[in-house]
Design a binder for this molecule. Structure first.
Ligand code: ADP
Ligand code: MG
Length: 263
C-alpha cells in the first residue's frame, strides 16, 4: 500500500482539487484506493459523493483507532456505482479540529498510521487530503505517509511556503518517520499566458530544481464544474477536462513510480 499526502501550509491553494484529480486518475486506472479526509472542512468527502448517513468519521478514528471504528468511518464513493472498482473514503468531519493541537504527543501522532495498518491489505493506494497548517492533523497525516506532495500557486510567497513545507517534511523524516519523503511540488492554478506566473515558476525551479513537478495544473473552470457536480474529472465532458485529467495521470504515475523505486 502506498500512502500519499497532499499538503500545503495554506488553505485555498488546491489541495482538495489535486486530491480529487488524483482520485479520479486512480479510479480511471482501476487502482483500489482509499481517500482519507483529514481536513476539518471535509470538502473531499463532498467531492467524492459519499453517503455519510450512519457512518463514523476520521474524528472517531483519531479518538480511538480500533478496527470496528475504522471500518465504520470508511464508505464507498458513489463514483463507483455500476462499476466493480474500489474507491473508498474515510469521512472527514468538522470535529477533527479537536485533534489539531499545536503539540501532539507521541501517542496521538501515530493514530492514523495505526488505523491504516488495519486496512492496508485492502488498498493499493491511500491519498490523504491534509489540513492547511502544520499542527497535529497535518503531522498525523504525514507520519502515516510514504510521500507528501506540496501544492502551491505560482504567487509571491510560493517559494517561502514550499520551503517551509519541505523543511517540515524533513524534520518529521529525521525525527519520527524515516520512510517519509517529499514527492515534489505541484504548481496549481497556472495561467500559461501570465508573465507573473512564468516568473514565479522559474523562481520555484531555480530554488527547487527537479522537485518542481511537471506538468503544472492550469486554472480551468472544468475542474470546478466536475467538483461541483461531485463527478470524476476523467469522465467530465470537454477537451479541458480531458487535458487536465492527463496531467493528473502523469502526476499519479510519478507518485507510484517514486514509491516502487524505494522498495
Ligand atoms: N486549477 C484550478 N482551476 C480552477 N479552479 C481551481 C483550481 N484549483 C483550485 N481551484 C478552486 O479554488 C478553490 C480552492 O481550491 P481547493 O482545492 O479547495 O483548495 P484547498 O483544498 O487547498 O483549500 C476551489 O473552489 C477550487 O475549485
Ligand atoms: Mg481542501
Amino acid at each position: 500500500m502506498h500512502v500519499l499526502s497532499i499538503g500545503s501550509l495554506k488553505g485555498g491553494v488546491g489541495k482538495t482539487t489535486v486530491t480529487l484529480g488524483l482520485a479520479s486518475a486512480a479510479f480511471a486506472k482501476g487502482i483500489s484506493t482509499l481517500i482519507v479526509d483529514m481536513d476539518p472542512q471535509a470538502d473531499v468527502s463532498t467531492g467524492l459523493a459519499v453517503d455519510a448517513e450512519g457512518a463514523l468519521t476520521v474524528a472517531d478514528v483519531l479518538a480511538n483507532p480500533k478496527e470496528r471504528i475504522v471500518r465504520k468511518a470508511i464508505v464507498p464513493s458513489r463514483w463507483t456505482k455500476g462499476t466493480n472498482k474500489k474507491l473508498h473514503v474515510m469521512l472527514g468531519s468538522p470535529a477533527a479540529i479537536n485533534f489539531d493541537s499545536p503539540h501532539p504527543n507521541s501517542r496521538e501522532i501515530w493514530r492514523l498510521e495505526e488505523a491504516l495498518a488495519l486496512v492496508e491489505n485492502e488498498y493499493d493506494l491511500v491519498i490523504i487530503d491534509s489540513a492547511p497548517s502544520l499542527n497535529a492533523l497535518t503531522r498525523i497525516s504525514w507520519v502515516a505517509s510514504d510521500r507528501v506532495a506540496i501544492v502551491t500557486e505560482p504567487g509571491l510567497f510560493s517559494v517561502a511556503a514550499a520551503d517551509r513545507a519541505l523543511r517540515a517534511i524533513e524534520e518529521l523524516r529525521r525525527g519520527l518517520s524515516p520512510r517519509l519523503q517529499p514527492l515534489g511540488i505541484i504548481v496549481n492554478r497556472v495561467k500559461p499566458q501570465s508573465l507573473e506566473h512564468q516568473f514565479r515558476i522559474n523562481e520555484l525551479r531555480e530554488m527547487f530544481g527537479p522537485m518542481v513537478i511537471a506538468p503544472y495544473i492550469p486554472e480551468r473552470t472544468s475542474m470546478q464544474q466536475a467538483q461541483g457536480a461531485a463527478q470524476p474529472l476523467h469522465t467530465w465532458p470537454g477537451e479541458s477536462a480531458q487535458e487536465v485529467s492527463g496531467y493528473f495521470d502523469q502526476i499519479l504515475e510519478r507518485a507510484l513510480r517514486s514509491v516502487k523505486m524505494a522498495n
